[in-house]
Design a binder for this molecule. Sequence first.
Ligand SMILES: [Fe+2]
Ligand SMILES: [Fe+2]
Length: 200
Amino acid sequence: MLTLDLGRQTFGDNINVNNVLSRAEVNELLNSWVKNDRLLLHMNQVGYLMRQWALEQEGLSEDEAWKWEMAGLLHDADWDQWPDQHCRLIIEELEKRAVDPEIIHAIASHGPLYFGVEPVSRMDKMLYALDELSGLVHAYSLMRPERYAGMELKGVKKRLKEKSFAANVSRDDIQDACERAFLQLDDLIQFIIKHQGNVN
Ligand SMILES: [Fe+2]
Ligand SMILES: [Fe+2]
């Protein structure tokens, strides 16, 4: 049986704290690994949400917010071409490039049920929380002619309750992530509604 379990709990090297890629390097990596436009959009959305969350909700600096954004931008980078090695390949690539271990850990823990790595830091927990919910809100936007304009919390919550809507979005993961991050689901949905339309 296919397992995505990473089989380890530590990632990167502490000697690389604060080592980041430039935006151009991230784009280059994404362009060479990801051919699927939908997946690219998903990662751009999650990256943007991570950045805004870091700045607005955590009060972090631009430099710190870029680390959060990087984790979002790259978290599914290997999914398009190598789904059976999802997460392991991007982790190894970022380790090779001596990237800050905090960023690598956030990527490694974005699906605790699959990768066997628990989200620990605030960055870890927010990537886990934003990932699935971002996908559901995006799916909802596509069925609204006005997309994000005028989107309401109750509309999103209604879709969330319909198990057949965006059925690949795990409701269990969303609930689990909110509990771990001490977040109210409503607040998280409002945050995504407010920001996600800026990415296209
Ligand atoms: Fe993923
Ligand atoms: Fe994702």
